[in-house]
Design a protein around this ligand. Sequence first.
Ligand code: GCW
Length: 682
Amino acid sequence: SAQKDYRLWLQYDKITNLQVTQEYKMGIKGIVSLGNSETSTISLRELESGLTNMLGNKIEIKSKIEGENNLIIGSQSSLSSDIQKNILSDFKRINNEGFIIKSISLKNKKQIVITGKNDVGVLYGVYNFLRLLQTNKSISNLNVIDSPKINLRVLNHWDNLDRTVERGYAGFSLWNWQKLPDFIDQRYIDYARANASVGINGTVLTNVNANALILTPQYLEKVEALANVFRPYGIKVYLTARFSAPIEIGGLKTADPKDAAVANWWKEKAKEIYKRIPDFGGFLVKANSEGQPGPQNYGRDHVDGANMLADAVAPFGGVIMWRAFVYSEHDANDRAKQAYAEFQPYDGKFKANVIVQVKNGAIDFQPREPFHPLFGAMPKTPIMMEFQVTQEYLGFSTHLVYLPKLFQEVLESDTYQKGKGSTVAKVVDGSLTNTKLTGIAGVSNIGNDLNWTGHPFAQANWYGFGRLAWNPYLDAEVIADEWLRCTFSNNKNFINPIKNMMIKSREAVINYMTPLGLHHIMDTGHHYGPGPWVSDLSRPEWNPTYYHKADKNGIGFDRSKTGTNATAQYATQVEKIFDNLETCPEQDLLWFHHVSWDYKLKNGQTLWSGMALKYQEGVNQVQEMQNSWNKAEKYIDAERFKEVQMLLQIQYKEAKWWRDACLLYFQQYSGKELPVGVEKPT
Ligand code: GCW
């Protein structure tokens, strides 16, 4: 069953429900594949093996449509005109990557058509069709018409060339640079399948902090080999571009973006890359951030740097994903304000193929952050979302935390930038400002562990990221339901309690780590476990004490107008809500306000008691997760059951560690007893 771990949500187990199997066997008598590209071959192969495994018998592959109840797969142009007639109007409703799954009547015979404008759309349709079966949905009267709402749906691998992964907790990098380009690991193919099955269409192979070596011919040859594997799955390859590459590998004296030789070096580099990889996606750049080189080293700005690179890839249709994750020790009064302060004035100044990549919150991938104020604030600039799928601040791959809940919360947040209903999702899918170039990135949690992601449930975060990248309006609970059925079982006695466990897991981690708007109090450097006491780091804004500001008077970071006025970076309606203690959501209280230990929470508890009880609640929630999981044993394989059971036991131990460490530390300032109901530290 290590196999099961490896197969992710593409298990294709034999369906146990007889009635369901009966329906599928009646409804699928043969497959007719009309395409002849590599992608169509993949579609056919996926269907064939998926159906064979799920139904327990082989489905006939037919060279032409004979009889009824065939699955006809092929892109629009490959369909005969009598089939096209049935679905012509549906093609108007999909974009280039969309698909149509439809029951039609052809010469009075019932057939199912899976189509799209091109073969990748068909492949997405095939995976969706297989998912219908995996989740035991009826296929008797199909009419699914769907398209991705975001153009660039990419994973960001923080993988270094030595195969270490920055903030990676699932082994080493998948990319075996030493054996590439000639050795194609089966894992690359299975990685592509998994991504395509949820609609991910891009991958940045290298760490934003990586060196420039990846851009040398020796490595580009290897990148090309990976691109060739991923291409038929609809996945484009991107690379990080270290800004100082012209010096480090190009032999130039400078990397000044205004220097003609530098601009030319990048143009030539782009040409070289596109010669190997004609559909290369473009570059992701971390510049002048946490010590990385950038245009500011030469007195230039982000616009100069991004536009110079944009010019280099524009002739080939490439994009520049320029990160807005910047902060500096020189303006340490409030790190949360810096990205907005630096980037917002650049609105409208970037070239058309630049998209600014913004983390979901203004600090750094915390268990909870209010949405980043840049969303909606740069209407003339494409802005893409950066989520972190790897759990840097959320217990690595040891803690079970279902992240789509976090992603959904951010996407649903209302920026009010164009009045009520201006959600982050509408910024990201471009509908708010009619932006054509749109994107979403997830910092990958994938490594070479047998199960890819370290924790079996961390697979759900990869899956869920992909589903939300396809459609940022999906509900996290629906995604959890799908994932559980595809990954484990369709038995509702398993699904219901375990789904509930997943849904609650995100609030649990907030409760036992950073309740009520606390943030960045993890131990230093590695960010695992509590460290609210750390105060001696070289840069002030790296210290947990900088973020919680606990003292005898109270706790919290005053970002309201009596403090750093970070709230002013939001639209007025939002600013007012956050600014005012009465209206500021309690979940963000200590993010925006410094309040006294006696401050009365909405439920009547004092801040101190309420906070202590939240820590306890987090611990209790992990215990409930354990109880739910223990009841799941009889529904799933022993190996994954045991793995999750052991991991939950660690999580429970560490939830108590968090509670005890934080409460003992903060108690020195509050000077108060723990309230009834909070267990004494052991
Ligand atoms: O969260 C911080 C991480 C760094 C990371 C950086 C970034 C890749 O601690 O490890 O570097 O963010 O996003 O650039």
